[in-house]
Ligand binder design. Sequence first.
Ligand SMILES: Cc1ncc(C[n+]2csc(CCOP(=O)(O)OP(=O)(O)O)c2C)c(N)n1
Ligand code: SF4
Length: 278
Amino acid sequence: MAQVTQLIHDYLRHNKKFPHVYCAGCGHGIVLGSLIRSVHGLGYAKDDIVLVAGIGCSGRMAVYVDFNTVHTTHGRALTFATGIKMANPNLKVIVVMGDGDAMSIGGNHLIHAARRNIGLTTLVLNNNIYGMTGGQYSPTSPVGTVSATSPFGQLERSFDIVDMAMASGASYVARGTVLHATMLDGLISDALEKPGFNLVEILTPCHTQYGRKNKFKTVVDMYQWYKKNTVKLDRYRQLTPEEQGKFTPIGVFRDEMRPGLETRYAELRNKLQEQRHA
Ligand SMILES: Cc1ncc(C[n+]2csc(CCOP(=O)(O)OP(=O)(O)O)c2C)c(N)n1
Ligand code: SF4
């Protein structure tokens, strides 16, 4: 444990913005730990990484971690990241967004980043709520969610982030939870090594804004919910449709090796230059 804590400390900016803003029990810190373990395990240099984050509690990660970082405007993380990757394809560009950031204000950008298959590693921290701004319901809040903007339960059908990423053309798509931290390390490491647009949805609890209003007495109850209600994809596929309806599957949903837009663009540029000099 001490070793794990020390490793995380090695990747933090100690002179900035501490103590951090995360509430006790927030899952976002576990995601940060998992990301750091994955980067460290793969042996990337800090300077080769750019972490681009949107606004929200999830977006604070860009402030804390000692990579090249950009804390961008709400919903625009993928546009900044696209520019960075196109300008310097050698950089490993990681995008961190909340479910509000990725699926609401930034939803259109997510669809097109996936369609283009640009080489970004995208982590969507799905806590089913707008955490930072006081708990408004988000496009992933389940029907019936009680929130600051739906005191009697929200009525809209919610988005499935994995389905959305797959339908839009992402080449690697996975879902994990902060309860399954070892599995999450594997998913993030896997994603970081893939070309093209790779996305990991991470189920992470916000007890402050979601749990307390939605019948979770304690943070621990929320973590237990993930344990009881998620199932690994291979087992999920063996269930009947009726049984499947009771669970959220976790694992790797798509794993294709397709070149990112930045690679296809470089190839085209080289070809045109050769033709010009022929
Ligand atoms: C253009 C714009 N609209 C709205 C906001 C207000 N705002 C800041 S964070 C946020 C939502 C955060 O929710 P989410 O992305 O799910 O992240 P979380 O805080 O839950 O991690 C909103 C609406 C803003 N900063 N900029
Ligand atoms: S408000 Fe929610 S998402 Fe934000 S730090 Fe607190 S628990 Fe985490």
